[in-house]
Design a protein around this ligand. Structure first.
Ligand code: ATP
Length: 506
């Protein structure tokens, strides 16, 4: 997906947030059905600062990319309201979980410390990355941390105040007063250490559901900037949590811990979301169809294990988010007539070697009938073959079959099946169906990504659509893991052996 100056081929949806620098709406890309968030400022508005902040955010976000930051998807300018209003727009990954500040308010005093630790880990990991790029966020607070679809996954957002770090004070100081570090309030300095102070305030906010300092205007600013006081650390926070906050809230900024040090603090050091995952996968299908993976390899070649783990988690999360958003939409009509097979592939190495044939699928053949197919389908085939090779390398002798059909009415609707190890693994509709290694996504009707009507054989069984949206999202991950398990346990009980995957708990 092009990441800059996206064509204005999208529709603005409901307003999902307002800040001092803009309005945030849901939006849908008409060309591929992708849901995203769009932050907009009316260009004719009297408030130049709003436009400046948005342009600043666009510039900064273009230069950054981390699994723990909300992803920049592009930007554009649109004429709306019958051509009377011109908006400058920033397109962002949509995160449906709300802000950690809202979550904290709703949970009252009932804080789940595991979630807190892992959200904190995400913020620190994001900050470490941002600081390493010479940028200070300048507005760390609960409202600027968006919750992912799974408790404990969080992403840093709102880079409208962010700035390149020059070692001096930023004038005027940036950020939200109650989260500002003392040196920022005093206009002496604003750097990475100042973000760490704000982080300490944010951890308190995530526990209390309220800002760390009570808001009494100028009086509070005096307390922050010119007293020896520190915010009260909530008693319900564990000893480790209190120590972590203490390392952030040092009035002398030289004594504050860096993000590197904080990542090693026992409060969060083992709280990276799903940090046992070490495999990487494509970032998102639409990026990845065109990417040929080279960018990913270059980008992450030198990253440490921790970052690889973060990436893998991010990828899985994106899969869940994407499909979760779309699982509730209406999709392809599965039972309709009028489909034609355009590509049919069966890999049955063992059968070939033994001179046998696959009895599981009646049209068994290596590659048959190629009437018409898209590039993406080609990718699917290529990778299925390597997938099959992987399984065979462990002596599996499995067969892997894929049939892809296209609607004869030319509506660009696709559907397909794949079978493996003699068992029907998945039915899926395909607009773009891609398999790389053990990961699967599928998209229907040229835009919607769905999971319902995806039947998984073996222990999980059933029609996913009957299980409700969240289950459906989980199930997609099960599907992905299922394939992964199969790859790992090639030739064994990979498909039928659900229930013992240590990685996904399925
Ligand atoms: N990518 C996103 N996905 C979902 N919701 C979002 C997203 N970005 C922003 N929001 C929602 O919109 C609200 C306002 O966004 P944001 O904080 O970026 O605006 P702002 O004008 O810069 O705010 P502030 O007043 O804090 O400076 C957020 O608090 C959040 O509720």
């Amino acid at each position: 997906m092009a990441k800059v100056n996206r064509q204005s081929n999208w529709v603005r949806g409901n307003c999902i947030g307002r800040g001092s620098y803009g309005t945030v709406n849901m939006a849908v890309d008409k060309s591929n059905g992708q849901v995203f968030a769009v932050k907009s400022v009316d260009r004719s508005s009297d408030f130049d600062t709003q436009l400046e902040a948005l342009e600043n955010e666009i510039r900064i976000l273009r230069s950054l990319s981390s699994p723990w930051m909300v992803e920049y998807l592009g930007d554009d300018t649109t004429l709306e309201n019958n051509g009377t209003t011109s908006f400058r727009n920033l397109h962002l990954e949509y995160l449906p979980g709300g802000t950690v500040s809202e979550l904290a308010r709703h949970s009252g005093n009932d804080v789940d410390e595991n979630t807190l630790r892992s959200s904190t880990w995400c913020i620190v990991a994001a900050l470490k990355y941002v600081h390493s790029k010479g940028i200070v966020h300048c507005d760390i607070k609960g409202k600027n941390v968006l919750a992912g679809p799974i408790p404990g996954v969080a992403k840093l957002a709102d880079f409208g105040s962010a700035a390149e770090f020059g070692g001096a004070s930023l004038s005027p100081p940036r950020g939200s007063p109650l989260w500002m570090a003392p040196e920022v309030v005093r206009r002496e300095y604003q750097g990475p250490e100042s973000d760490v102070w704000s982080l300490g305030c944010t951890v308190i906010e995530m526990v209390r559901g309220q800002p760390a300092w009570e808001d009494r205007g100028g009086h509070t600013l005096c307390r922050i900037g010119y007293s020896d006081e520190l915010p009260e650390i909530p008693t319900q926070l564990s000893e480790l949590g209190r120590d972590f906050v203490d390392k952030c809230l040092r009035r002398n900024r030289a004594e504050r811990w860096s993000c590197d040090q904080l990542l090693n603090h026992p409060f969060i050091s083992s709280s990276a979301p799903l940090n046992s995952i070490t495999h990487s996968s494509p970032r998102c299908v639409l990026d990845w169809v065109n990417s040929e993976f080279s960018e990913k390899d270059d980008e992450f070649e030198e990253e440490e294990e921790e970052e690889e783990s973060s990436l893998a988690w991010e990828l899985q999360t994106r899969c869940r988010e994407r499909i979760g958003k779309l699982a509730s939409n209406s999709g392809a009509i599965w039972e309709s007539d009028g489909w034609v097979t355009v590509r049919n592939l069966i890999c049955d190495r063992a059968a070939e070697e033994e001179g046998g044939t696959s009895s599981e699928y009646p049209n068994s053949m290596t590659i048959e009938e190629e009437m018409e197919y898209s590039d993406s389908i080609q990718i699917e085939m290529t990778n299925l073959e390597s997938f099959d090779t992987d399984t065979d390398s462990s002596g599996g002798g499995d067969s892997f079959a894929v049939v892809v059909e296209r609607a004869v009415d030319g509506s660009d609707r696709w559907r397909g099946w794949n079978w493996t190890m003699g068992t029907r693994l998945q039915d899926f509709t395909v607009g773009v169906a891609v398999a790389v290694r053990w990961w699967w996504w599928w998209r229907v009707d040229g835009g919607e990504w769905r999971t319902d009507r995806c039947t998984v054989a073996g222990a999980s069984g059933g029609v996913i659509g009957e299980r409700g949206r969240w289950c459906a999202v989980q199930q997609v991950c099960v599907d992905a893991w299922l394939a992964w398990c199969q790859w790992r346990k090639a030739g064994g009980d990979g498909l039928g052996g659900g229930g013992d995957c240590g990685e996904c708990g399925w």
